[in-house]
Design a protein around this ligand. Structure first.
Ligand SMILES: [Zn+2]
Length: 173
């Protein structure tokens, strides 16, 4: 909050605060970043969201998804595939399937197979150097993954500490 920050839209001075921010730009509808700096412009109503250390945050999200308590959703699978830098074809070749199947999983037309779900988690950790130390914990977590289709989970990420937690939320919204 040092120098007078200005609106990127109209240039007027902004009011800065920290709050929780639903990070839909990640492609994930249920990720909430905690303690994000937001600059609100009283003149034009524009809000600038300042997300620091985006790469680290994406790594924290990928690692949390690998430890997700429930079967991966389509958008979570897509996030992990992109984190790996894989095309649908490439991921399909690791999972002994094809991009049509991968794309059906990602669009939610089909539930990801349970063995593929587990393999994707391990791949995400094994092929990202930063995540490799997490592999044993992810492997130990595999037997406790539930199908849990009746529940919605929100992933909360503290942008200061990069700590993540899954919070069960009511389905009605
Ligand atoms: Zn403005």
């Amino acid at each position: 909050m040092s120098k007078a920050a200005r609106c990127t839209h109209c240039g007027a001075p902004v009011t800065q605060s920290r709050r929780n921010y639903r990070y839909t730009e990640s492609g994930l509808s249920n990720v909430v970043l905690q303690g994000v700096e937001v600059a609100d412009c009283p003149s034009c109503g524009n809000s600038d969201v300042i997300i620091p250390r985006l790469v680290r945050i994406h790594q924290a999200i990928a690692q949390a998804l690998a430890n997700s308590p429930a079967r991966l959703t389509g958008e979570q699978l897509r996030f992990l595939r992109k984190h790996l830098g894989f095309s649908g074809d490439q991921l399909g070749s690791y999972l002994h399937t094809d991009k049509t199947k991968v794309s059906k999983w990602e669009r939610g037309e089909d539930l990801i197979g349970q063995a593929s779900d587990r393999l994707v988690r391990l791949l995400a950790a094994a092929l990202d150097k930063e995540m490799r130390p997490a592999i044993p914990a992810i492997a130990e977590h595999l037997p406790s993954i539930t199908d849990d289709l009746g529940k919605n989970w929100e992933l909360h990420v503290d942008v200061a500490t990069l700590q993540t937690s899954f919070v069960s939320v009511s389905r009605a919204a």
